[in-house]
Design a protein around this ligand. Structure first.
Ligand code: HOZ
Length: 425
């Protein structure tokens, strides 16, 4: 089999930047990406036959570790019956029942094929429901790559210095108001300045795309109150956090009922999927019942549904959240202790199985403070970890993820590697 270097040389001739998603290209940490030929548990196996402890977890979905036997078996069983039907299928109903059971704010749900589709559709629905055009998003929050949302975005867009993408018409961008996260006064001012015009507010309730950032106490409650007061649809983007921070996502942990929620990642068990759902009176504005159009040839795909159902049923059975938080704290404490010993300023926001490492003395609570992190130092740290067999997200502005498969030797070994890498920085 070809090495990563050989594959990347070929890929560069065939694909822009040699990748199918920009953050994979290692541009912000330098060097060239490895190629993965297999994954199991907490481990990636590279084309060069290296085994890496993986803290990206395919950017969130692999909460049970890679290639879990129950999910594999569910996909194999579904495969026997066919790969796509283009008609309603029984899996979709079971998936909808599970989502609605775990997320009490969701009375009706629509499946789609990615988180980008879910957020794009939720925005259209909020606009169609309220008959208003403007939306509010928060700097550094990334809600996929549709036009309305690719403004001051995090994730790969920020990583590559392009948070406002070329190709988004200025007339579209004008309908998107971007505010600082965690800033109540800015929210108040935006509603005063745009009376009766704001269709929806979309937020990564816990940000995972500018690194991991949590809200100040009471901020999300304030957001709920102000949107309700103005008849504005509150959309929680829980593509990353849904079924990860808690079974019912951030909204369960924070006890908040948004009007709409977007989901993805874990509900596909590693296959491509997205979903959005919420109040029935809003969801019933979707075609075929209502005037807001949204569709998809592969939506509710039986293989993706089967994988997702298996993943959600495992979560129900295992209730792994306390254990995942223990692993997250072990990793956080190892990094904090090593940085303290070395005299390197660091912030390690962590909740359950999500975390970030910002090399800065400034507490990180929004986009501006995330940018105070030393990205060059992060790049050196990233490569020192990779050299010792630990794979962190290849950007200072992405969250890390843990899985149940990290429990045991993997987390112990990873903590040693991270601490040694810090010592040698
Ligand atoms: N939203 C994910 C990372 N922030 C997607 C990964 C990607 O962009 O490839």
């Amino acid at each position: 089999m070809s090495t990563s270097a050989e594959l990347f040389a070929r890929a560069l001739q065939l694909m822009p930047g040699g990748v199918n998603s920009p953050v994979r290209a290692f541009r912000s940490v330098g060097g060239t990406p490895f190629f993965t030929k297999a994954a199991r548990g907490a481990t990636l196996v590279t084309a060069d036959d290296r085994e890496l402890i993986d803290f990206v977890c395919t950017w969130g979905p692999a909460i049970h570790g890679h290639n879990h036997p129950r999910i594999k078996a569910a996909i194999a069983a579904a495969l026997e019956a066919g790969t796509s039907f283009g008609t309603p299928n029984p899996y979709e109903v079971e998936m909808a029942e599970l989502i609605i059971r775990f997320f009490p704010s969701i009375q009706k749900v629509r499946m789609c094929n990615s988180g980008t589709e879910a957020t794009m559709s939720a925005i259209r629905l909020a606009r169609g429901f309220t008959k208003r055009d403007k939306i509010i998003k928060f700097a550094g929050c990334y809600h996929g790559h549709s036009d309305s949302l690719l403004i001051k975005a995090g994730s790969g867009a920020l990583t590559h210095g392009n948070p406002d993408s070329a190709g988004v018409p200025a007339s579209f961008a004008r309908e998107t108001i971007v505010l600082p996260y965690n800033d109540r006064a800015a929210l108040d001012a935006a509603f005063v300045a745009n009376p009766g015009q704001i269709a929806g507010v979309i937020i990564e309730a816990y940000c995972g795309n500018v690194g991991f950032i949590m809200p100040d106490a009471g901020y999300l409650q304030f957001l709920r109150e102000i949107t309700a007061r103005h008849g504005t649809v509150l959309i929680f983007d829980e593509v990353m956090t849904g079924f990860r921070i808690a079974k019912g996502g951030v909204q369960e942990r924070e006890k908040i009922t948004p009007d709409l929620t977007t989901l993805g990642k874990i509900i596909g068990g590693g296959l491509p999927v997205g979903a959005f759902g919420g109040r029935a009176d809003i969801m019933d504005h979707l075609a075929p019942l209502g005037p807001v159009y949204q569709a998809g040839t592969l939506s509710g795909n039986p293989l993706a549904m089967a994988a997702g159902i298996a993943s959600l049923r495992l979560l129900e059975e295992l209730n792994p959240y306390a254990n995942l938080d223990r692993l997250g704290r072990q990793l956080r404490d190892a990094v904090l202790a090593a940085c303290r010993a070395k005299g390197i300023p660091v912030q390690v926001p962590q909740c359950g199985s999500m975390f970030s490492i910002f090399f800065t003395s400034t507490p990180v609570r929004d986009y501006a403070t995330a940018l105070t992190g030393d990205a060059k130092l992060f790049g050196r740290f990233f490569h020192a970890c990779l050299a010792q067999g630990v794979y962190l997200a290849p950007s200072a502005y992405e969250a890390g993820f843990l899985s149940t498969a990290h429990d045991g030797p993997a987390i112990d070994r990873a903590c040693t590697v991270l601490a040694t890498a810090i010592k040698e920085l």
